[in-house]
Design a binder for this molecule. Structure first.
Ligand SMILES: NC(=O)NCCC(=O)O
Length: 384
């Protein structure tokens, strides 16, 4: 059972373990220690006034002789939906814009260069209901919808790249919906968009009722602060999805998510972190927080009673580095901003040590996978 009151794994370990044991446990569970970032006190004051958590960590890379450090600051935002799901749509969206605006102000005080919000951040995660209205009314144009315009203003004001995962309404192609992340340059221009490649059909994640698998492949966005990609939520269970962003050159892959404790909490610390290790890149895992209740009861197809809540979104957003180190997670219960300082040179440094890009047998996998997806394929099982 996912318990709302349980604050975080880190707080629990810190509370109960003697210091010497704690250090060993952290070394094994979290890898090389991340340094606490010295963030401005006015940022902490603003976060406390705005009732959200602020944490900051820096990953270390070795100084090189021929390349300068490529130091960038990432901001990960996790939040509750501030208004009940039966509030009029525009009021809910506006309240979320105001909430995010306040958090982005603090990110700017902390020198954040690239910020990413949670999956479908402008709405409650209503796909559990399988109802269309009013939830499809949260969908917007990725190019010029109100949320993109709002994020463009934030980007220009704070000289910050904004990754904005929304429910997209594609008016150019039959008004259909997509689960999309819009990437907005720090200049304020829309750099492009990317779509969720893998749609869950698990538990109450009835998302294929609303949109299908993305058709934009694995784009990587060259920003002033490094090459970034977005692997939306359920895509994190698919190692090849992470791989393709990495093959296209991503140095940082964001994983904006919405997931609940009973389903995935034990997988959460592993998957994005493993992707950072396997692909020699940084990964940023973001999850929403709290409980969301819907006006009408729905069933989960599990023989249990109909209910109005989705389950507990456990937050716990974190960043993992190519050397396997990771930050502590944000809280399971509170809105939060996680600021991390990365030296992107670490990607190549770890690549040179471990050499997964060099030792990966991509041509062999490509050939065997091409065979395996043929209808007449039979698995190569050697029998006596
Ligand atoms: N939003 C989403 O894809 N959730 C699916 C559940 C999970 O991936 O943990």
């Amino acid at each position: 059972m996912a318990r709302a009151g349980f604050e975080s794994l880190e707080r629990c370990l810190e509370k109960h373990l003697p210091l010497a044991d704690l250090q060993e446990v952290k070394r094994i569970l979290y890898g090389k220690e991340t340094r606490k970032l010295d963030l401005p006190s006015r940022a902490f004051e603003a976060a406390s006034k705005g009732d959200f958590e602020l944490q900051g960590y820096a990953f270390q890379a070795v100084a090189e002789q021929q390349r300068r450090p490529r130091t960038v600051r990432m901001g990960l935002v996790q939040n509750r939906t501030p208004l009940p799901a039966d509030t009029p749509v525009v009021k809910q969206v506006t309240a979320l814009h105001r909430r995010i605006e306040a958090i982005v102000e603090v990110a700017a005080m902390c020198g954040v260069n690239i910020i990413c919000f949670q999956e479908a951040w402008t709405m409650p995660f209503a796909f559990c209901t399988r109802e269309k209205l009013p939830w499809t009314e949260f969908a917007e144009s990725a190019e010029d919808g109100p949320t993109t315009k709002f994020c463009q203003e934030l980007a220009r004001k704070h000289d910050m790249v904004v990754v904005s995962p929304i429910l997209e309404r594609d008016t150019e192609h039959g008004d259909i919906l997509w689960n999309t992340a819009v990437v907005i340059s720090n200049s304020g221009a829309v750099l492009g968009k990317t779509r969720k490649n893998h749609i869950p059909r698990v538990g109450d994640f009835n998302e294929s009722t609303y949109y299908m698998e993305g058709n934009l492949g694995h784009p990587v966005f060259q920003t002033q602060f490094g090459r970034i990609a977005v692997n939306i939520c359920y895509g994190r269970h698919h190692p090849l999805n992470w791989l393709m962003y990495s093959i296209n050159g991503a140095e940082v892959i964001f994983n904006p998510s919405a997931t609940i404790g009973v389903l995935s909490e034990s997988l959460w610390p592993i998957e994005a972190r493993n992707a950072a290790i396997a692909n020699h890149c940084f990964t940023c895992a973001i999850n929403r927080v709290g409980e969301e209740f819907f006006p009408n009861e729905f069933t989960s197809g599990d023989g249990k009673k109909a209910h109005r809540d989705f389950g507990y979104f456990y937050g716990s957003s974190y960043v993992a580095a190519p050397d396997g180190s990771r930050t502590p997670g944000l809280s399971r219960n509170r809105d939060g901003l996680l600021v991390t300082e990365l030296d992107l040179n670490l990607c190549r440094q770890v690549n040179d040590i471990w050499g997964f890009k060099m030792t990966g047998r991509y041509e062999m996998y490509a050939r065997e996978l091409a065979e395996a997806v043929q209808p007449n394929y039979s698995p190569k099982i050697v029998k006596e």
